[in-house]
Design a protein around this ligand. Structure first.
Ligand SMILES: Cc1ncc(COP(=O)(O)O)c(C=O)c1O
Length: 375
């Protein structure tokens, strides 16, 4: 559990990915330089029609609606319906400037709404911003234990923490582990304890084991699904996401966020409509990631002798190596390849590494050559 001592001035900790910066110069020793598989940043292009919409919307002059334009929210509604067979009204959908800011600021707004509560529950191995958002709001960040193969161990949540919880995060497919969580169980736990559940589903288009799932399949009361176009449509650079679900929560959050000036730029909102209405580019991207996961798992397991499982979802390999910092340094030295040591995602992940398959096939073939495991 992390508690921010209120009497101490806050000093931001090092940003996780900057902790591996010292390995980057090791890439200079190789023709072609560093191959960065640490951050999950897309390198493939978004569809041309999306770029065209960015350039031609005419939406750059006036202020854009903070909640998101009606066409954008209707496009999100259509996508949720196509993808999951769930109907959510546009009034229950609102825009985010990418979802990281939403995750990082949510606890402050939730605390203002429920001043008698002060705790954020989040998966013990997870995207670091869940914990950081709690810290930035002066809240208690309490990790929920996870089972090795599945998701949150809801039974392990201390009733005293549940009583103090402002919200719980669930993430499926999960970053970094790729696990698929039981979203019905998470929604049920939240309702039973009167704790809003926020379900981060930004990798849902890359679900490998079975169909993609949203928590909204189990009703919208007390739950909010959080989605991003960063991964789905290779639009991390334009910053666009949305959240959808419980009518009161979405109304409250979108009102507060309007006061803060959280606004997705107009041209980005217009481009988002085009991206959300198109599934063909997502199918292409899905094939790319699937192929790269298989390729890279094969290359790295042949080199290291480590068994590397394919994830249930997402585009990360997550595997046990023992000393993760030693493994990370060795890979950087021997191949100029940068990966993420698992402690970035919580101490429970410290013996694992995460490898983001965000580089094109020819760069993966280059890794195989450098490691001497090419065909
Ligand atoms: C689990 C998870 N949630 C949210 C995000 C934020 O994505 P964005 O801010 O680009 O929407 C990421 C990015 O890597 C992530 O892995």
């Amino acid at each position: 559990m992390t508690v921010l001592p209120s009497a101490e001035p806050f000093v931001p900790p090092p940003y996780p990915y900057e902790r591996v910066d010292r390995f980057k110069p090791l890439g200079d020793r190789f023709d072609g330089g560093l191959i960065d598989l640490s951050i999950g940043t897309p390198s493939d292009p978004p569809p041309p029609a999306v770029i065209e919409a960015l350039a031609s919307s005419g939406a750059e002059r006036g202020y854009p609606p903070s909640i998101g334009s009606l066409p954008l929210r209707e496009a999100a509604q259509r996508w949720i319906d196509r993808r999951f067979g769930v109907d959510v009204a546009p009034s229950q959908i609102a825009a985010a400037i990418g979802t990281k800011e939403f995750v990082g600021t949510l606890p402050q707004w939730m605390r203002l709404r429920a001043p008698d509560r002060d705790t954020v529950l989040y998966p013990e191995i997870s995207y670091p911003t869940y914990e950081m958002g709690a810290i930035l709001a002066g809240c208690r960040a309490v990790p929920v234990p996870m089972s090795p193969t599945g998701g949150l161990k809801l039974d392990a949540i201390d009733p005293a923490d549940a009583d103090r919880a402002l919200l719980m995060w669930v993430n499926s497919p999960g970053n970094p582990s790729g696990i698929l969580d039981d979203l019905e169980a998470a929604a049920g736990w939240g309702r039973a304890h009167a704790v809003p559940v926020f379900s981060d589903e930004c990798y849902v288009e890359f679900t490998w084991d079975g169909p993609g799932r949203t928590i909204l399949e189990h009703g919208s009361s007390g739950v909010v699904a959080v989605h991003s176009l960063s991964k789905r449509s290779n639009l991390a650079g334009t910053r666009l996401g949305f959240y959808a679900g419980d009518a009161d929560l979405v109304a409250y959050l979108s009102e507060v966020r309007k006061h803060v000036g959280m606004m997705v730029p107009g041209p980005v909102q217009a481009a988002g409509v085009v991206a959300l209405d198109d599934d063909a580019h997502v199918a292409v991207q899905r094939d790319r990631y699937r192929h790269r996961l298989e390729l890279l798992a094969d290359v790295l397991s042949r080199w290291s002798g480590v068994d590397i499982p394919l994830p249930g979802g997402g585009f990360y390999l997550w595997f046990h190596v023992g000393d993760a910092w030693e493994f990370t340094e060795r890979l950087a030295r021997e191949a100029g390849v940068l990966v993420s040591p698992g402690d970035f995602y919580g101490s429970a992940g410290s013996e694992f590494v995460r490898v983001a398959v965000v580089q094109p096939d020819e760069r993966i073939a280059e890794i195989a050559r450098r490691l001497g495991v090419g065909d």
